[in-house]
Design a protein around this ligand. Structure first.
Ligand code: SAM
Length: 216
């Protein structure tokens, strides 16, 4: 492992806005009172990587709380450090496997979910690993407050189509669907936040897909 990566792994352990594994469990059901110390809505970014959505949404919406979730500590390090340096206090990062979300958040504790450029897992044998497979959607349904939105941005047309099919198969409410966000009417300030991977895909001239849906 490179020196820089090792340094980040060590440093991320010391950040007050990063919770690793078991350290995040005591906040289940009390992210507001226990972690953020306010009553504001709690929004999750799943597969957050370097946490661009988490930090930039937090800047745009100081009256909401944002938790970025990923298992890679060296990536979370970037977003957590930026939030600490810039005094963006309505941000936390949780270093866990997304599969274990229900150990960290109580039913109805989450207001909105963002899924940003997840690994598409195209092999049929890995369908269960897709972050919009039924196994994950069931968890999100439990965690979200009534009417809570799920937002998905992806460069991967197959993953986008798979999720759109799931939405129609299960009968979820589809609010926005576009295969070319930046040539659509939807590209506002929020949807124009760009992650590390998004910038890479845009350089490759890929189209950006976006879906917004809810369970009720
Ligand atoms: C392609 S990257 C996208 C990162 C970031 N959202 C971006 O757009 O730059 C996918 C991220 O998902 C994370 N990831 C994949 N599966 C995960 C899981 N089951 N639990 C937690 N993180 C996961 C990886 O560590 C990686 O950072």
């Amino acid at each position: 492992m490179g020196k820089d990566k090792l340094r980040r792994f060590a440093e991320v352990n010391t950040f007050s806005n990063v919770l690793q594994l078991d350290a995040g469990k005591p906040f289940k059901g009390c992210w507001n009172t226990g972690f953020f110390k306010n009553a504001n809505p709690v929004v999750l970014e799943l597969a957050c990587g370097k946490g661009e959505y988490t930090v930039n949404l937090a800047r745009l919406f100081p009256d909401k709380n944002f938790v970025g979730i990923d298992y890679k500590g060296n990536r979370i390090w970037r977003g957590a450090k930026t939030a600490l340096e810039d005094g963006v206090n309505n941000v936390g990062f949780l270093r866990i496997q997304i599969e274990t979300l229900l150990d960290y958040f109580a039913p109805g504790e989450v207001d909105e979910i963002w899924i940003t450029f997840p690994d598409p897992q195209p092999q049929v044998s890995r369908e269960k690993k897709r972050l919009t497979s039924s196994r994950f959607l069931d968890k999100y349904k439990l965690l979200l407050k009534p009417g809570g939105f799920i937002n998905l941005k992806t460069d991967n047309d197959g993953f986008h189509a798979y999720t759109a099919e799931k939405i129609s198969e299960i009968g979820l409410n589809l609010h926005v669907k576009t295969e070319d966000l930046y040539h659509s009417e939807f590209a506002d300030e929020v949807l124009s936040i760009k992650t590390y991977y998004e910038k890479k895909y845009l350089k490759e001239n890929k189209n950006i897909n976006y879906l917004k849906f809810s369970f009720d």
